[in-house]
Ligand binder design. Structure first.
Ligand code: ATP
Length: 905
């Protein structure tokens, strides 16, 4: 207390010392109030020092600085006032009166379009508040692959020099790159360690395996505007604000109850009285996105069940963005292809909708593609979507999660024009619900004691019918309880009464059904008891004469019923065993079996209905409990019901057309049927040519340059100067000389000639190598710019066919006559390993290959494609190995085996 008294005195002194300043009153109070604290926590020396500092500052400033602390609340209040005024002025008056705004929900593609566009804007990088987003890549993302490929190639280049020979073993070699950075640098050390990890695996032919382990790290994320932070940008001279907002929306669904969904919105604002600039911007982003995706077909599938409940755009989800499949890559009868193309073109025409409308015909078109697996049904569907630039919506009726309600919802949420691909329409368990109900009722009537035998004797169905009835009762009870709760205090409505009556009736019926089952069971038991006692009586009868066949146990019955057969029983069944069972006996036996199975359930249900209620009544039966699977009527309703979408192209595919219901095939549902068959020899030839046509080079444009001990083969993008292979009206006709001039004009031909490189003395003109030589020669790569390294380097490459040499070819040029290449190998120091494929040769090989495929059309195009893909760089090898493969495949098919000899694959 003494200390505090001192403090007060000191403070008073201070005030006295500064009596000139009128503002001293405030500090007086302040310091006076602080002084007990100062006394408590600070030693007197420090306190004195602080007080003298305060005095000095006050006299220097001319006012006490602690006054500012008192000003704080005033400033805060002023700021609040200003923010209110600003909100009123800026947001309510200026924003509402002088700006235009457009909102976009995240369920709209525009949302994605805008986000994608914003992400690539240079000023996005400068913005301080952003959201980082990892970009999901697709297999068709070529630039990514190129990067990875380049990285691997670089790695390969590094290791290639380190490869000694080991032609047969696959070895993993560590990169020889020296790490020259300071080893103490941990980042560099980690990088070095990584490099070690990424060392590519080298194949016997010297090729390095690609390695994508660091791929995802190389790809930078994209940066999007952060949530609730305004993002500004200028577009076409207009200043825009973009505000991204997020909220949680509650959703009540019939079977899932209350759920929350996160929803995002974009609010685009610009200054002005019109939303025109925003509309223009949105249109621009839409086109911008379209241009990026111009060469792709967007594939959509039904969204996850938990998303589908939100309806609208949430029922479909984009699953892929595939490069367009060119129509001429689908090998099919040209007439059929043309027919579908023309029909679809006419259907999708703008005037067609009006034409249909005027006649009151629903605008729908359906196609059925049927045929064995792997014959091109899906491929043609995708190609058609590509030709017409439509998105493709794929539904597989095998999807276990798909209900009829979902199917209806999917069909009503389609865009105006699209292709809907309904796959496997035969295998989707198209159960006719009516039949199912009939079966059920017959089964239940049978179970309730009637003698009328049902067509279905499935024990599961029998149990299900009881379970279903119990569930139905529980469901109705719940409904009734809810109704009562709602109408509490009010009069009982007629609806409630009816419901009550229905519940009582259904419950009684169920109880009756289960009771009857139990009674019958008991009756059966009594009969069995009687039977059991019969032998006792029989015992008293005189024994059977000797020599008569002794009764044996009825093993069959015992096995089937699972019951213990007593000795007595066995003797009573001796006669039964001798003569076959009558139909009535069989039926009785089945009934007994069913009753045994239902016994547990019946007992539980009858005596512990409350237990069942608790077990099944916790949630209402979901549509999945009741409506799993698609019935025929459900499918028909979806594809052409009243609410079904008009304008779509429906393509249905099946492997078993004979299983389809006639109702599904009637015109209006299926307008054109296309049969897909296994590959004919002509189709095989076409498939072969398509597979390798990109590797074809024009001999006139291939040059081989020798630098020291190294020969380089290069072309001037010959593949592009040649017309595509094929004889269809779409693909043009290749000229017989293989130079592709068949479809070109004279001017084009002249231009082509001019593009040919000048002849170098060391250049080998491949025109001089005749077809026979080319066929015999080796081909390890047909790339447009391949490097041929010395013999040593290529020792690892499998020598498939004899090698020709550049020197031999050059000699041939000089002499103007054909050479036998195989013998020339020893004469030349520079082997030529790459022999490009000419169109002429490709056509010859393709023809030869197709003739080796059985004409009986037992192989599908997918099988042929699979075989060729495994030899995609080597058409000559494909030809050499085809016989063995066909032999194995035919053998496997005949024996219905699915396993092929590994060597033949
Ligand atoms: N007629 C064909 N023309 C070109 N390629 C084909 C043809 N048939 C099959 N293919 C090739 O075989 C593969 C499988 O073809 P696709 O999926 O179109 O067959 P599908 O008839 O739809 O088979 P599934 O009935 O099993 O669905 C594809 O990679 C495709 O390129």
């Amino acid at each position: 207390s003494t200390d505090s008294g001192e403090a007060i005195n000191i403070t008073t002194t201070t005030i006295n010392d500064t009596t000139q300043a009128p503002t001293m009153l405030l500090p007086d109070n302040l310091l006076a109030s602080l002084s007990p604290m100062l006394d408590m926590y600070l030693p007197p020396a420090v306190r004195d020092f602080l007080v003298s500092c305060h005095r000095a500052i006050t006299s220097w400033l001319g006012f006490d600085p602690t006054i500012l602390l008192s000003l704080g609340p005033i400033v805060w209040a002023a700021k609040r006032l200003w923010s209110e005024v600003k909100m009123l002025l800026v947001e309510d008056i200026i924003c509402n009166w002088f700006t235009a705004r457009v909102e976009v929900g995240d369920d709209d593609p525009i949302f994605i379009h805008i986000m994608r566009w914003v992400a690539v804007q240079p000023n996005s990088a400068k913005t301080r508040f952003l959201q980082a987003d990892t970009i999901a890549g697709s297999a068709d993302d070529h630039d990514e692959d190129d990067e990875a490929g380049a990285a691997a190639a670089a790695g390969a280049a590094a290791v290639k020099t380190a490869i000694t020979t080991s032609a047969t073993s696959v070895s993993t070699s560590t990169s020889t790159t020296n790490n020259t950075t300071d080893p103490s640098n941990t980042t560099a050390a980690a990088a070095a360690k990584n490099k070690k990890k990424q060392a590519p695996t080298i194949l016997p032919n010297g090729e390095a395996c690609l390695n994508f382990s660091t791929h995802k790290h190389q790809k930078p994320p994209r940066f999007l505007p952060a949530v609730n932070v305004p993002y500004t940008f200028t577009f076409a001279g207009t200043y825009f604000w973009l505000n991204r907002t997020r909220s949680n929306i509650a959703h009540q669904s019939e079977w899932r109850g209350l759920s929350m969904r996160r929803e995002e919105n974009l609010v685009i604002t610009c200054v002005g009285f019109s939303a025109g600039p925003i509309k223009h911007f949105i249109q621009f982003t839409k086109e911008w996105n379209h241009n990026r995706q111009a060469a792709t077909t967007v594939v959509r599938r039904p969204a996850r069940p938990e998303m589908r409940i939100y309806g609208g755009r949430h029922v479909w989800t984009e699953v892929a963005d595939r490069p367009i499949r060119p129509m001429d890559t689908v090998v099919l009868d040209e007439k059929q292809k043309l027919m579908v193309l023309q029909d679809m073109n006419e259907y999708l025409h703008r005037d067609t909708a009006q034409w249909y409308g005027e006649r009151g015909i629903p605008l729908r078109r359906g196609y059925l593609f049927h045929g064995p697996p792997g014959t091109g049904k899906t491929s043609l569907s995708f190609a058609l979507a590509g030709v017409f630039g439509l998105d493709i919506f794929v539904i597989s009726l095998l999807d276990q999660n798909l209900t009829e309600d979902d199917l209806g919802m999917l069909f009503t949420n389609l865009p105006r024009r699209c292709v809907v691909l309904l796959e496997d329409i035969d295998t989707a368990g198209l159960v006719n619900r009516k039949d199912e109900t009939d079966e059920e009722s017959s089964s239940s009537s049978e179970s309730s004691g009637s003698d009328a035998g049902g067509s279905s004797d499935s024990d599961d169905d029998y149990l299900m019918s009881e379970k279903k009835r119990a569930l139905e009762v529980i469901f109705l009870e719940g409904k009734l309880a809810r109704k009562k709760r709602k109408g509490k205090g009010k009069q009982v409505t007629a609806e409630q009464e009816a419901l009550e009556k229905e519940v009582a009736e259904k419950l009684a019926a169920l109880k009756e059904m289960l009771k009857e089952g139990n009674d019958e069971e008991k009756a059966d038991e009594t009969v069995t008891d009687e039977k059991n006692t019969t032998p006792e009586k029989e015992k008293q009868k005189p024994a059977a004469p000797e020599g008569e066949e002794k009764p044996t146990s009825s093993a069959d019955d015992a096995r089937e019923t699972g019951e213990k057969i007593t000795k007595q029983e066995s003797s009573s069944t001796t006669d039964k065993k001798k003569k076959p069972m009558t139909a009535k006996e069989k039926k009785h036996k089945k009934k007994q079996k069913r009753k045994r199975m239902s016994k547990t359930f019946a007992a539980t249900t009858l005596h512990n209905l409350d237990l069942v209620r608790r077990q099944y009544g916790r949630r209402r039966p979901s549509p999945y409990d009741r409506e799993r699977g698609i019935s025929l009527s459900g499918l028909l309703n979806a594809i052409d019901g009243v609410a079904s979408h008009e304008g779509r192209v429906l393509i249905m595919t099946t492997n078993k057309p004979e299983k389809l219901d006639e109702a599904l095939l009637r015109p209006g549902r299926v307008d054109i049927q296309i049969a897909f068959l296994n590959a004919t020899q002509e189709q095989v030839r076409e498939l072969f040519e398509r597979m390798y046509e990109a590797d074809v080079v024009n001999p006139a444009t291939v040059t081989f340059t020798q630098v020291g001990n190294k020969v380089t083969a290069s072309t001037t993008s010959a593949a592009t100067t040649l017309p595509p292979v094929g004889h269809s009206p779409h693909t043009g006709v290749a000229s017989p000389d293989g130079t592709g001039t068949g479809t070109g004009t004279t001017a084009e031909k002249d231009e082509e000639k001019q593009q040919q490189p000048p002849i170098d003395p060391k250049i080998v003109d491949l025109k001089l190598l005749d077809d026979n030589n080319l066929r015999k020669s080796s081909i390890s790569s047909c790339s447009s710019d391949a490097t041929v390294i010395g013999e040593e380097d290529n020792a690892a490459a499998p020598p498939l066919v004899p090698i020709i040499t550049a020197a031999a070819a050059a000699t041939a040029k000089d002499k103007g006559k054909q050479q036998e290449p195989a013998e020339e190998k020893t004469e030349s120091p520079v082997p030529l390993h790459i022999t490009p494929l000419t169109r002429q040769e490709l056509q010859k090989i393709a023809r030869e290959f197709s003739l080796r495929i059985p004409a009986s059309q037992i192989l599908s195009p997918a099988e042929i494609q699979g075989f060729l893909l495994r030899r995609k760089k080597d058409p000559r090898r494909a030809l050499a190995e085809v016989d063995k493969w066909v032999e194995e495949l035919v053998k496997a098919k005949e024996s219905k085996s699915k396993i092929l000899d590994a060597k033949a694959i």
